[in-house]
Design a protein around this ligand. Structure first.
Ligand code: N01
Length: 517
């Protein structure tokens, strides 16, 4: 992806084309960067009081990247001096903030402002946005809207009987209170995905007792060096050798991440109760070997921590050994019994045990299935996006939806590299496509562009078919990348390069276009 070789003024002098971006996380910052390079008039609406999205929200102890930094950073703002391969939250947040500030983009952001609803206006060829911010409700107009809200922005707190009776403090991982002091407390962590996995070792030494409630274990991807400094000499190479950073990024995408792709691909001839192919089995056995070495004589842990689904069926966690070491500590216990209810003093599990706790940490993930909720989006013919999707979000290239003209999503449905890549990369690819769409609209005096149903259907058929050929498509296991029907709604099922290729061309044959004249 790169700087647009056009500006709004050169293509359509004097044309009023306003763009609204929803979300000021990393995808929103990338959008702001490119829109500003193209000289477009735009506003980014951000519900938080600060830039950064998930990196602003998530301040829980131990929060860090689980995708290598050089891949998880903007192509246009490469940073040669990441202190670690998998940086801590403050480092990533600081980077995002600096990129926006150095490019002078802050003034384009409207903070603490939520877009509550949007309605398409056929006559004007654009969207009315109802926003709520510090100055109350406002109605604003944009010709093009770019939602960049991500999938993981609304905490999921499961309903558990007796929840309101619990007298201690209960917090969600993504809403960590700055005044929460866990010193000497008995703490429960519910959930063992990426967040729980990072929180457990980070708080263990502070608390008097730690009980980890696991429903399904996550496969652990051995990453022994994620807390170490980057290898000696690396900073020098990145700073002094021309294009070394680009080469290194390429290596991380196409060799390290893409290299994992065959191991998550289903072999229809392969018959095994858990794994989906020979390479997947190799990966599974490698993970088990690593786990076996870590648990030592704690065979009870080996049994509890070994997943009964293939690796890659849901996101694997980055493991530097700290999690299992923590579980082995005398004041830490791992409970795999089902939680049945809460009491004023703690948690009751299916075996009848009562676990007394002072604090419950819900590391229970996000409401990802209702993508773009709670924004009510009413398109052409009064079609409402969430009714149209019914919990199964879809979009052509993850970007465009029939009946919703001039609405271009980045980081949208089925564009995510959740097992083998970086969300920033696919967001930048989608953004490149959106910029090409706007370029086309300006060049051809287009008022509205609505993706054709046939292109949308063909795209969805293709992703649905190919998702079934991946470990996450064939396995019935809970993940945040399924819609309500169990259909994978987040994952891009092809190699990384394929998304880059498909988003590098805007084909007007995919759209119904109306002109301004
Ligand atoms: O959420 P999750 P997360 N009772 O949905 C359990 C990104 N991320 O916040 O597996 C008991 O993965 C649930 O159990 P099960 C990353 O992409 C990145 O951890 O469904 N347990 C699971 O264990 C990640 O994939 C970083 O059976 C319940 C856990 O809660 C995504 O965010 C760091 C339950 C939820 O796991 C989400 O991660 C953190 C219930 N009723 C997160 N309901 C980086 O480092 C749910 N669970 C970049």
């Amino acid at each position: 992806t790169g700087k647009p070789d056009w500006t709004a003024e050169t293509l359509a002098p004097g044309r009023d084309l306003r763009v609204a971006v929803i979300g000021g996380g990393l995808a929103g910052i990338a959008a702001a960067y490119r829109l500003s390079q193209a000289g477009l008039d735009f506003t980014v609406y951000e519900k938080n009081p600060e830039i950064g999205g998930v990196w602003w929200n998530n301040t829980y102890p131990g929060c860090r990247l689980d995708t290598p930094n050089f891949a998880y950073s903007f192509s246009f703002a490469q940073k040669p001096d990441w202190p670690q391969q998998f940086s801590e939250r403050s480092e990533v947040f600081g980077y995002a903030k600096r990129v926006a500030e150095d490019a002078g983009l802050r003034s384009n952001f409207t903070f603490s402002t939520e877009v509550e609803s949007m309605r398409w206006d056929e006559a004007k060829g654009g969207w009315w946005l109802h926003t709520r911010g510090p100055e109350g409700e406002k109605i604003e107009f944009a010709h093009v809207v770019i939602p960049a809200v991500g999938h993981l922005n609304r905490p999921n707190i499961p309903e558990i009987p007796g929840q309101n009776e619990f007298r201690g403090r209960a917090v969600h991982s993504a809403e960590w209170p700055s005044d929460l002091d866990l010193t000497g407390k008995r703490v429960a962590v519910i959930g063992t995905g990426a967040s729980g996995f990072q929180i457990v070792p980070a708080i263990a030494d502070q608390v008097s007792a730690l009980t980890v409630f696991q429903r399904n274990p996550a496969w652990m991807l051995s990453t022994p060096n994620y807390q170490d400094d980057i290898k000696p000499g690396m900073h020098w190479l990145l700073t002094h050798v021309p294009y070394y950073g680009r080469w290194f990024r390429f290596w991380q995408f196409w060799i390290a991440a893409e290299g994992r792709f065959p191991a998550i691909t289903v072999d229809p001839e392969w018959k095994h109760p858990i794994s989906v192919s020979e390479l997947n089995e190799k990966l599974r056995l490698g993970c088990i070997e690593n786990l076996t070495a870590q648990v030592g004589d704690r065979k009870d842990l080996l049994e509890k921590l070994t997943p009964a689904y293939p690796p890659g069926a849901k996101r694997m966690v980055r493991d530097n050994g700290a999690y299992v070491n923590t579980l082995k500590k005398p004041h830490v216990s791992l409970v795999s019994e089902k939680i049945v209810r809460l009491t004023p003093q703690g948690i009751v599990t299916a075996d009848g045990a009562h676990h007394d706790v002072d604090v419950i940490v819900y590391a229970t993930g996000f409401l990802a299935a209702d993508y773009l909720d709670p924004i009510r989006i009413e398109g052409r013919g009064e079609r409402v996006l969430h009714d149209f999707w019914s919990g199964d979000c879809r979009a052509y290239l993850g970007i465009a939806v029939p009946s919703f003209p001039n609405l271009f999503i980045i980081g949208g449905p089925n564009s995510g590299l959740v097992v083998n890549g970086s969300a920033i990369f696919t967001s930048e690819c989608a953004l490149e496509y959106v910029l090409r769409s706007i370029e086309y609209m300006l060049e051809n005096d287009v008022k509205s562009a609505e993706v054709r149903q046939e292109s949308y259907d063909a795209f969805n058929e293709d992703v649905d078919h190919h998702n079934q050929l991946r470990a996450w498509g064939t396995t019935k296991v809970n993940t945040w990348y399924q819609g309500r029907s169990g259909r994978p709604t987040v994952t891009w099922p092809h190699p990384i390069l394929e998304y880059y290729k498909r988003t590098s061309v805007f084909d007007d044959a995919d759209y119904t276009l109306s002109s301004r004249g």
